[in-house]
Write a new protein. Structure first.
Length: 238
């Protein structure tokens, strides 16, 4: 059992009744989630699930030509490795740390066993699955219908919500991979948002300086995903 293991910053774990939390506590382990660490490649067996604290893990699809695009992000509202309780513990995406922090991992076997007990954790996980599915589906529509500027604004806001900071250590090259577009397109989009006074970009760091108007510059997908997450899970983003 972990010693001096305090309350979790992961909101799924924090929402568990104390009795439930104490039962799984011996299976929880604090781990570092360093920047750009790939936790799983497509086809890997998922041996551990990960509950991020204030970092972010991206779900990235890799195409045959080597192009990549982010299809979902997991922060402290969720858990990486839902495939385990869905019955097929094989990674479908490349799962890479986008924003570094610590996290909590749990071996797949006790995680699945706890899910199958029913109760609060199962209910939370099913509700989380609903929000993750909605995020992925809405992201597909967003990629097809909205401009790079709108998508960039949405993505920056979603990252900011999950790390609870307006200072985002992100390079334009990395963002281009996540948005599935060329770096030149991200440069133009970031320049547009910066000229409007909504963000400030300097040497691999983006700062949101006018959140209210950045939300206005974003497409409706940000508001829809945020509302769905807040409605379905015991969290409250800013």
């Amino acid at each position: 059992m972990l010693q001096n293991f305090g309350p979790s910053k992961n909101q799924l774990l924090a929402a568990l009744p104390d009795e439930e939390y104490q039962r799984i506590l011996p299976h929880l382990e604090v781990v570092d989630l360093p920047l750009k660490k790939t936790l799983y490649h497509p086809g890997d067996k998922i041996d551990y699930v990960y509950f991020p604290n204030q970092g972010i893990i991206s779900l990235v699809t890799i195409l045959e030509d080597g192009a990549s695009i982010e299809v979902g992000i997991i922060g402290n509202e969720g858990v990486l490795g839902v495939e385990v309780f869905l019955g097929d513990p094989i990674a479908q995406y490349e799962m890479v740390v986008q924003s570094p922090d610590s996290g909590i991992r749990m071996a797949a076997a006790p995680f699945k066993a706890e899910f199958e007990r029913g109760g609060p954790l199962q209910r939370l996980l099913l509700r989380y699955m609903q929000t993750l599915f909605f995020q992925v589906a809405q992201g597909a529509a967003c990629f097809r219908r909205h401009s790079i500027e709108e998508r960039l604004a949405r993505w920056l806001l979603m990252v900011s919500d999950r790390i609870n900071s307006n200072d985002l250590p992100l390079t334009q090259e990395f963002i281009s991979h996540m948005l599935g577009t060329r770096r030149a397109g991200v440069t133009i989009a970031a320049g547009t948002l910066q000229q409007a006074g909504l963000i400030r970009y300097h040497r691999g760091n983006i700062t949101i300086v006018d959140r209210e108007h950045l939300e206005e510059a974003s497409c409706e997908c940000y508001r829809m995903i945020k509302a769905m997450t807040e409605r379905s899970l015991p969290i409250q983003y800013k």
